[in-house]
Structures are given as structure tokens and as C-alpha cells.
Design a protein around this ligand. Structure first.
Ligand code: ZN
Length: 319
């Protein structure tokens, strides 16, 4: 592949008892649905049951947009009746500006900005948490509306607030990898990037029992070469966004809500930050506004036609 990530497991080698069967299953699943696969190169693999489940849903990737199959949409929409979500958001006013990579538009399987679907579904994503008070408040808002969202967590915050991380997972939301310390990854060495991502996946796995299956780079600063390397070595597609309310600039709750609502289209992936008070304050209006527009909210995995993150089972194996 294009360099970078060594194919070694960051976890202590723990071969499964049925290693041969496991390897066969992984190989078959990877052939059919490689992009739906998370973490196999990091020492985490899914069980056969989940592999079969994945095989039934094959998202089509094209130019950064993912098409959701009819059956996947049907499954997704049927689950929405019992699920739900709300929005949080906002980012820390850190130095670099958050922006899509310049080459993101060219798109490929390694880079997902939105999902091509006629179904009225969007994915709300919240970066930079967990936050000790704002994230629980956001979770309350989502739970009240029976909505699911995706949280791109920072590794060093995962170990700081594991109870909140457990709550995120237990309430049906998806957790993604947002690096360990939120650096500008495009300026780091491949080894440093690998460490940032592996440490975070490990932390999330230790707290929730499953690793993240997608990655979002801090500031969007992740080169095409890095995105390809990550997909190839860790089976983690880079999930960017199609709607950016610029909530990290703290424009106020009203502006955040308006920007999200005005930008939302079927298949949209909405960027926001649950460490920003104004973003969380914008959520009631935003969530209700999306519902009023007939837009349903789901996780990134649901949008991609993958199994629910909560339903996937992983175990450690040798790298
Ligand atoms: Zn961030």
C-alpha cells in the first residue's frame, strides 16, 4: 500500500481458540465487503455471525459518496422507529481551521463525505468529546427523541471519562475514532499517526468492548495518501462531512441550528462538536427542525448500510 502503517497488531497477541476458522471467515468477508470491515489489521476481528451479517449489506462507493442499497435503507428506516437522535456539537477554538481536505472531492472508498440515497436520512456527528457535562446533556436530548448519533471521540478523553463513553455506547450511539490528542495529523510521521489512531481504538475497545469502525481526522487534516493507508492497514474509512455549521467558531445556537437545517439533504453527514455549549444548545431546535423537514437521523454505520455498531462483535487476535 502507500507506505505508512506497519501491519503489526498494537494489542497483545491473543489467538482465538478457533484461529483457523476465524481467519477463513475474515478472508471471505473481506473479499465481499472489505470496506465494511473494521480493525482486522489492528488485531480485532469480528465473529462469523457478524461477518455473515455484513455480507448482506454491501455499500457501493463512488467518488466519495456512498450509495445505500434498497434493502439496507429499508432496514435502516425500519430501525429508525425504535431509534432516534439529537444533535450536539461545536469544537474547541483551537488554532487550525477545520476544513475539508482539498483533494476530498475526488473521493474514493477511503473517503466518505455523504451517502447517496433518496431516503430522507442524515447522520449527525459530534466531535471532540466526551465533555463531562455537555455530552450527558446532549445524550439526554437524543434519548428524549429516540435518536441515534455518532460520536468521534478523542482518545485521551475516553480514558478520562469512561462512564460517559459507556453511556454513549449503551444508549445506541456509534463511537468513532478522532485521534488520541487531536493533532494536525497531516504534519505528523506515519508512525505518529498510527500511534494516535491505534491508542484511541484501543481505549474505546477497552471501555466499550468494541473498536471504532470509522475515523475522522482532527481539522479534516488528513492527506489522500494517509486516508488510503488507514483504510488499507486498519480497515478504517475516513468519514468527513457534507454539512459544516462552523460551530467551533461559536456563532450562537440560532446560527448553528439554521446552518445545519439549511444544509441538510438526504444522505448528509453533519459535522458538529459536543464540547461547544452553543452547539448543544442548538440541538433541540435542530433536531426538531430536521424531524419537521421529514429527515430521520441515524448513525454513520446505518447510513452506510452496515450493521449497527452496537451489534458487531470483535475479539482480539494476533496481528
Ligand atoms: Zn476535532
Amino acid at each position: 500500500m502507500r507506505g505508512a502503517f506497519p501491519r503489526q497488531a498494537p494489542f497483545p497477541p491473543e489467538m482465538p481458540q478457533n484461529a483457523r476458522q476465524s481467519a477463513k471467515t475474515v478472508s471471505r468477508a473481506q473479499r465481499h465487503a472489505p470496506r465494511a470491515w473494521g480493525q482486522s489489521e489492528t488485531g480485532l476481528r469480528e465473529t462469523a455471525r457478524d461477518a455473515d451479517h455484513i455480507l448482506s449489506a454491501k455499500p457501493l462507493f463512488c467518488h466519495g459518496i456512498v450509495s445505500m442499497s434498497i434493502s439496507s435503507r429499508r432496514t435502516f428506516l425500519s430501525t429508525l422507529g425504535a431509534a432516534a437522535l439529537t444533535l450536539p456539537s461545536a469544537a474547541s477554538a483551537t488554532t487550525p481551521v477545520i476544513a475539508l481536505p482539498r483533494d476530498a472531492g475526488r473521493g474514493d472508498a477511503a473517503t466518505i463525505m455523504a451517502v447517496r440515497t433518496p431516503s430522507p436520512v442524515v447522520a449527525l456527528t459530534f466531535d471532540d468529546g466526551p465533555h463531562p457535562t455537555l455530552t450527558p446533556h446532549l445524550l439526554d436530548l437524543l434519548r428524549a427523541r429516540r435518536l441515534r448519533a455518532t460520536f468521534y471521540l478523542i482518545g485521551n478523553r475516553v480514558v478520562q471519562w469512561p462512564d460517559i463513553v459507556r453511556r454513549i455506547a449503551s444508549e445506541g450511539h456509534e463511537i468513532g475514532n478522532h485521534s488520541w490528542s487531536h493533532p494536525v495529523l497531516s504534519k505528523l510521521s506515519d508512525a505518529a499517526v498510527r500511534d494516535e489512531i491505534d491508542r484511541t481504538s484501543d481505549a474505546i475497545w477497552r471501555v466499550t468492548g468494541r473498536p471504532p469502525v470509522t475515523f475522522r481526522p482532527p481539522y479534516g487534516a488528513f492527506t489522500q495518501r494517509q486516508r488510503h493507508a488507514l483504510l488499507e492497514s486498519r480497515k478504517l474509512p475516513t468519514v468527513l462531512w457534507s454539512v459544516d455549521p462552523q460551530d467551533w467558531r461559536r456563532p450562537g445556537a440560532q446560527a448553528v441550528a439554521s446552518r445545519i437545517l439549511n444544509g441538510s439533504r438526504p444522505g448528509a453527514i453533519i459535522l458538529s462538536h459536543d464540547i461547544q455549549r452553543g452547539t448543544v444548545a442548538a440541538m433541540p431546535q435542530t433536531l426538531d427542525g430536521l424531524a419537521a423537514r421529514g429527515l430521520k437521523c441515524g448513525t454513520v454505520s446505518q447510513m452506510l448500510g452496515w450493521p449497527l455498531w452496537q451489534d458487531r462483535r470483535f475479539r482480539r487476535v494476533a496481528g
